[in-house]
Design a binder for this molecule. Structure first.
Ligand code: 5RP
Length: 221
């Protein structure tokens, strides 16, 4: 089964987790695009929907959904999003599409985060996928120097401006042995808006599609 078919399977499987009256946060990326294209199947269960990117907002609207602002919804019942890497503790690297800041805001505002991936995203140790960091433009060199001290090799994402008018640094060569600690450490560097480690706001449920079906992993916390 190819990667796109697996993304389709994961995106379809999550529809069963949507229950009546949801205030739903919607992530970004190709797996979520497939989810949005299928979301009208459960339209009657969705009370409000909040989006993590301009791209997802446009796709939701094209599918007939009115997208609400987070400030008008408050707490989200569920947040559904993909990931670039996910480990056994359901900690993730996200931000391959550059939408990490709004994604983290919605993940934090949500009671439950459901992550939908194809099985190529499952890893033992986070960091093979370059870690995206959204930075205020004037801080790109100073933040890069700090990440070099952590053993990383920062690369400015070319021709990319985030939805929040910031830059993205992609940090290569990291082996993230302590995701929560590194997430906090990077958050403390002046100029960093958001880093793509989602360990403090990890997923609660992982739906991972493989050749045999969709594997479900669930954390109690
Ligand atoms: C976007 C993200 C995406 O969730 C991540 O890049 C996975 O994308 P895809 O579903 O296309 O593989 O974090 O910022």
């Amino acid at each position: 089964m190819d990667q796109n078919t697996k993304k389709q399977k994961a995106a379809e499987a999550v529809l069963d987790y949507i229950t009546n009256g949801e205030s739903l946060g919607i992530g970004s990326g190709s797996t979520v695009d497939i989810l949005i294209e299928n979301l009208s199947k459960v339209r009657n269960k969705i009370h409000k929907v909040v989006s993590s990117s301009i791209k997802s907002t446009k796709l939701l609207e094209a599918n007939g959904f009115e997208v609400s602002e987070l400030r008008d919804v408050g707490k989200l019942t569920k947040y559904i999003d993909g990931a670039d890497e996910v480990n056994k503790d359901l900690q993730m690297i996200k931000g391959g599409g550059g939408a990490l800041t709004r994604e983290k805001i919605l993940a934090h505002a949500s009671e439950k985060f459901i992550c939908i991936v194809d099985d190529s995203k499952k890893v033992d140790i986070l960091g093979t996928f370059p870690l995206p960091i959204e930075v205020i433009p004037m801080s790109r060199s100073s933040v890069s120097l700090e990440l070099i001290k952590h053993g990383g090799r920062p690369v400015l994402r070319e021709n990319f401006i985030s939805d929040n008018s910031n830059l993205i640094l992609d940090i290569h060569n990291l082996q993230i042995m302590e995701p929560i600690k590194l997430e906090r450490d990077i958050n403390n560097i002046p100029g960093v808006v958001t880093n793509g480690i989602f360990a403090l706001d990890h997923a609660h449920i992982l739906l991972s599609a493989n050749d045999d079906g969709v594997e479900v992993s669930e954390l109690n916390a």
